[in-house]
Design a protein around this ligand. Sequence first.
Ligand code: MN
Length: 207
Amino acid sequence: MFPLRRVYCIGRNYAAHAREMGHDPEREPPFFFQKNPDDICADGVFPFPELSNDVHFEIEMAVFLSAGGMNISEADAESCIFGYAVALDMTRRDLQGQAKKLGRPWEVGKSFAQSAPAGPVYPAKNIGHPRSGEISLDQNGVRRQTGDLSQMIWSVNEQICTLSRYFTLAPGDVILTGTPAGVGAVSRGDLLCGRIAGVGEIEVKVV
Ligand code: MN
């Protein structure tokens, strides 16, 4: 088991997804939000949450840190990484949308129970550091999201470098590195299958 500390997530990190959310991807510096460590779950089920009628999937590569610090250089970033997993940043999109409109924080939309299903963590010593390769999500066998890790606006190393200027990173921290285009709503009974070439797969049943 990987001992979790904090969960950081980057917003709008693939240009096509930023555009589908109504933003210009070229002008924005990176920004981050957090989920709670116990929002990460590995049991393959996602309970449809309360108070939302529009819950979206977002397939993302998760990066697990085994070292940290402040002001980590891009060159040193990879030495902090323990491994990688396929994860979902499940989102109560209607509540996130209301928060955005009112200039309020995103927690009610993003940081709810079991909002971050994750697959097994694969150590970098076994799989290396995936920086290109297809990232995709199928909903009930139909392809919904497709992209490539190389399309990240801010690379994994740049994300670690930037985060470490704002926060002291430490072993156990996890970074969800953003989602490609094609996000959409789930219903109870859906089967979500996420894949990242060179990392692995995740299967999650919406219950
Ligand atoms: Mn996301």
